[in-house]
Ligand binder design. Structure first.
Ligand SMILES: [Zn+2]
Length: 298
């Protein structure tokens, strides 16, 4: 008995010391533990949430890099992640068809925010184009919405979210100017985009491009052989120089187009970052897009 009491204290101290070092790893000095958990669909929205949430928010993302949201199938683990979050951030406007089947299974306590819904949309292939974030000015509307929902969920963090959002919004404003300056190097008559999927209407409107066509529709449906032939004809007559391909799509259809219309193939990113991790976050992605477009069309 005496021996047991004697040995219990050091063991307790050791346990406390281990717990202390565990907590130190979890929360570095001066940084708060996350107070909110937010789940997003794509990595770009996770980046926005991290920029605004800082250390107060744990951010989970459902889709990995290089994954196509238009064709994604949910896993049971996705629903677990959503249900342990206070907030679910998604685009809406039909961008994430996989969500429509599970939204009724999402716990009522999870606040759902469709980042693009309610903003003025452009129509592509007879439906609203959901890819608003590819215009950095509209991406700022997403960031403001994220700031507002985080502040409503965690009023104590509101000042931090406001400050983080203000800094990031300024970076997005600077990015917009940077892209405009890059694009100015392309003669206006050469500002023509032919892409894998029809996602660039907002980008095109903002920077004075004409979208000549896309191999896949805005909802990523594959073209029929006759549609593909029409696209090749269109590309030739418009004098298009390049086909912009996105990593989340199969490019076999595009290969036929490239061969027959004699096009350069240039990577471009829209819904998903490259799976090799070579481009991190929204700003780096948009900068890579602008640089690639300029080098192909100048
Ligand atoms: Zn898309």
């Amino acid at each position: 008995m005496h021996a047991r009491c004697h040995s219990a204290l050091p063991r307790l101290l050791l346990a406390l010391a281990l717990l202390g070092s565990y907590l130190a790893v979890q929360a570095p000095p001066g940084r708060a533990q996350p107070v909110l958990t937010v789940t997003t669909t794509i990595g770009l929205f996770a980046d926005f949430a991290r920029q605004v949430g800082g250390s107060r928010v744990e951010v989970l993302q459902l889709l990995g890099d290089g994954v196509d949201p238009h064709g994604y199938q949910m896993t049971p683990g996705d629903l677990v992640n959503i249900n342990r979050s206070q907030v679910l951030l998604y685009n809406g406007l039909g961008f994430e068809p996989f969500l429509s089947q599970v939204l009724q299974a999402v716990a009522p306590a999870v606040t759902r925010v469709a980042l693009a819904e309610g903003l003025p949309t452009l129509t592509v292939d007879s439906v609203p184009d959901p890819h608003l974030w590819l215009d950095p000015q509209l991406a700022q509307r997403y960031v403001e919405r994220i700031r507002d929902v985080l502040s409503a969920q965690d009023p104590e963090g509101a000042e931090e979210y406001r400050a983080n959002a203000e800094r990031y919004l300024a970076e997005l404003q600077a990015l917009d100017q940077e892209i405009a300056a890059l694009v100015a190097q392309i003669p206006p008559e050469q500002r023509k985009l032919l892409t894998t999927h029809n996602a660039f209407a907002y980008f095109a409107r903002r920077y004075g491009f004409e979208v000549i066509g896309a191999v896949l529709s805005a909802e990523a449906h594959e073209p029929s052989p006759s549609e593909l032939i029409a696209l090749i004809r269109q590309a030739r007559s418009a004098g298009v120089r390049a086909l912009f391909v996105e990593p989340q799509f199969d490019t076999r259809q595009a290969a036929q187009l490239v061969e027959q219309a004699n096009l350069r193939v240039v990577p471009l990113y829209s819904d998903a970052l490259p799976p090799d991790g070579s481009i991190q976050g929204y700003i780096a992605m948009m900068r890579a897009n602008a640089t690639n477009i300029v080098s192909a069309l100048r």
